[in-house]
Design a protein around this ligand. Structure first.
Ligand code: COS
Length: 380
């Protein structure tokens, strides 16, 4: 067993860290305040290969492994989780889903543009009444022979307005239950496809989250991913990998807050000495450091499982469950260590605390992760 990172992984870590400091940090507070999408930053991340990290170079991806992806996600998320969620959705839901289950034509037509960052994608599963209970899809995709007709609404869709390509999960045959669900590729601008209002969110305010409305949207059959009825399994399999990305995001948020708190504790003085010399603060830092390292091990293990070709449903769910909890707890402590300064925007930790919360909710809530974990351990 070797816990050290390879030369290549260290280089990716450094590149992502530099990018985060030089390109994401400037303006991050203003983007959060104004709910401003990081358009310039996303363009640059595409040019650097961050948007199709694991995609085969023949589809214009970077051809890297999942370990590289989680290492980059951690570094980007330390500084700007609004940008890193865009990276995560594009990589592990959209690109992965298309590369693994798409046809050659779909890869040529869509994957190349998504992996190179020319365009970004969105993954559309959640509905007003089908967030956790994902088999209860109300959106329909009725089979009309050579095309499907989609009707319904999707909610809380990351990249809702900025995406050009949407992977939409919808019910074709209700009698077949989850086996009657399909995943279809929808292009922005298809007649009847409307973007709803932007959500005003607690955290990751720079990312654009919308509801999507489908009114008789005609989608050609060649845009279906996989066999008829594969849509639910497609969503589950894709989300399993997505959860590793969000776990890495949570890890990054936690580590970013910890690094800021550590630095602050060595600068800020109270009772005649730096506050890190007070055991009340030093012990908080000890707990944070320990929890973050434990979360990192879970995240790396899940990524390693995926790279080895092992099943990663369980390790990914455990990584997400734990890392998101650590993100929430450590960001609250980072605000506490900063005292009054922690409560104001300039010190970044209040934003990281707000950003942390979503990692316990999206791509499967913590309660859903416990369902996945408990079913897995009870089955074995
Ligand atoms: N990989 C492959 N297939 C999977 C799977 C996975 N990870 N998880 C479930 N499936 C399959 C099951 O094997 C089953 O197929 P069969 O009937 O052929 O055996 C089918 O999917 C239905 O599974 P199950 O009966 O377990 O469905 P449930 O309704 O009990 O739901 C959970 C399972 C709760 C795990 C699922 O609904 C889920 O993950 N929900 C959360 C969705 C989510 O993440 N939402 C956030 C939206 S994205 S921001």
């Amino acid at each position: 067993m070797d816990f050290s990172l390879s030369e290549e992984h260290l280089m990716i870590q450094e590149a992502a860290r530099d990018f985060a400091q030089n390109e994401l940090l400037p303006g991050v507070i203003e983007r959060d305040d104004n709910q401003q999408f990081p358009a310039e930053q996303v363009k640059k991340m595409g040019e650097l290969g961050f948007l199709g990290m694991m995609v085969d170079p023949k589809y214009l991806g970077s051809g890297m492994d999942t370990m590289s992806y989680v290492i980059a996600m951690e570094e980007l998320s330390k500084v700007d989780a609004s940008s890193s969620v865009i990276v995560s959705v594009n990589n592990s839901l959209v690109c992965y889903g298309l590369e693994t289950y798409g046809t050659e034509e779909q890869k040529e037509k869509y994957l190349k543009r998504l992996a190179s960052g020319e365009i970004i994608g969105a993954f559309c599963l959640s509905e007003p009444e089908a967030g956790s209970d994902a088999t209860s899809q109300k959106t329909t995709a009725i089979d009309k022979g050579n095309h499907y007709v989609i009707n319904g609404t999707k909610n809380w869709i990351t990249n809702g307005n900025t995406a050009s390509v949407y992977l939409v999960i919808a019910q074709t045959d209700r009698e077949k239950g989850h086996k009657g669900i399909n995943a279809l590729i929808v292009e922005k601008g298809m007649p009847g496809f409307e973007i709803g209002p932007k959500e005003n969110k607690l955290g990751i305010r720079g990312s654009d989250t919308h509801s999507l409305i489908f009114n008789d949207v005609k989608v050609p059959k060649e845009n279906r991913i996989g066999e008829d009825g594969f849509g639910f399994k497609f969503a589950m399999k894709t989300l399993s990998g997505g959860r590793i990305g969000i776990a890495a995001q949570a890890l990054g948020i936690a580590a970013g807050a910890y690094e800021l708190a550590l630095k602050y504790s060595k600068e800020r003085k109270a009772f005649g000495t730096e506050i890190s010399n007070h055991q009340a603060i030093a012990f908080k830092l000890a707990d944070m450091h320990t929890q973050i390292q434990a979360a990192r091990h879970l995240v790396y293990k899940a990524a390693w499982d995926k790279d080895q070709g092992n099943n990663y449903d369980l390790s990914g769910a455990m990584a997400k469950l734990y890392a998101s909890q650590v993100a929430m707890e450590t960001t609250v402590e980072a605000v506490q260590i900063h005292g009054g300064n922690g409560f104001v925007k300039d010190y970044h930790v209040e934003r990281l605390m707000r950003d942390a919360k979503i990692t316990q909710i999206y791509e499967g809530t913590s309660e859903i992760q416990k369902i996945v974990i408990s079913r897995s351990i009870l089955r074995d």
